[in-house]
Design a protein around this ligand. Sequence first.
Ligand code: AMP
Ligand code: GLY
Length: 439
Amino acid sequence: MTKNQQLKELSELKRILIIGGGGRENSIAWALSKNKSIEQIYVCPGNGGTNSYSKCFRIKPKSANQDSIIFECQRLKIDLVIIGPEDPLAQGLANRLREKGFTVFGPGKEGAQLEASKDWAKTLMLENNIPTANYWASNSQEEALNILNSVGQPLVVKADGLAAGKGVTVCETIEQSKDAIKEAFSGKFGSASNKVILEEKIEGPEVSIFALCDGEKLIVLPPAQDHKRLLDGDNGPNTGGMGAYAPAPLINQKDLQDLTELILLPTLKGLKKKGIKYIGVIYAGLMLTSSGPKVIEFNCRFGDPECQALMPLMGDELASVIFACARGELEKAPKLSFKNHCSACIVVASKGYPKTLQTGDKININIESNSLLQVFHAGTARDKFDNIITSGGRVLSVVTQGESFEDAFNLAYKSLEKINFEGMQFRKDIGYQVREIID
Ligand code: AMP
Ligand code: GLY
């Protein structure tokens, strides 16, 4: 096939449906909308900001079940479905859509176990010599306490299943590990903690790497740095992520190549050995320990808010690349280019997040987005007067780019002064690793 034929096939992509309603999904929609041949991008269920991006439309089917989504794909003649969050992936939405003949970016239920079962992911890592912390899996409290006792040191306690990012307790003492085991088996995380993973505690800076996979091949995106804790200084409770930046300078181009060989390619190969054609994102959360990099978690989708920081760095070819992945034909895609910018993302959360949320507050946003500044909505809705109001925990992501991280973060924090709502909270020290913070 000639290059022109290949490009023609990829230009058949006109209508995209993105599943999800967070900042991640809006940032993907915004990035894909820059591709001139794309006509419409639907985001389901989207949020209060979705319709404000060019060519993007929010759709809210009567029900969020798989049949309603299939119905919408048929009605809207969707060429490509991108599934943002882990839950629908783990529930097999990609399998159902593929059975109906749709082209989907996102793994099926089998591949989504990379995130949906830590035991499954750990086994895959062991089978394929992928470096990770030592671990023990247990189905009962008694067994877990016995393991803890025989190991004789504090262990990290993790619910095996999906627990909305809250299933991990990093313990300083054996007593804390005991309490975390009891808590997990008492049903704190529902059926996610019917099985519990006990893990050796490892140390080192953390960084996330991402690959777009077509089942056989992959391409690697710039690394990103998340900030999981609610408060400045990495204090307070764990959250979905309060800010991010990319490319994370902790990893240079050579390191990224090494990590691809050491972690990403063996993961894709390991999945293939199990008969899984993994199409979608492999997200590896890494800890760079004194004895080398180790995987602390895999996710089967883009990170949120890492995705918001990454999307403005992507060349306009992104839509063709994702479409080619979804068709299992990455070799036909144009080369994905990355902008030579530093990208910063600060998450603004509602009062009470991550515990009891206050929602329904009117949000004032007095900034215009431009080529170096984006405001991606997440937990927002429109009231009957079309005011934008808070409707979830993480409300907005303010994303900026600059020649340096200093420039990008200065612009982000300056822009934040023009956003306000009752009880809004955000960290003042996002990117402390790459900029100077003056009090
Ligand atoms: P996760 O939800 O798996 O991303 O874990 C949340 C956080 O717990 C990670 O970002 C790490 O900071 C920490 N963590 C997870 N596993 C370990 C481990 N084995 N040793 C030390 N810290 C860990
Ligand atoms: N920001 C972490 C995640 O998306 O899991």
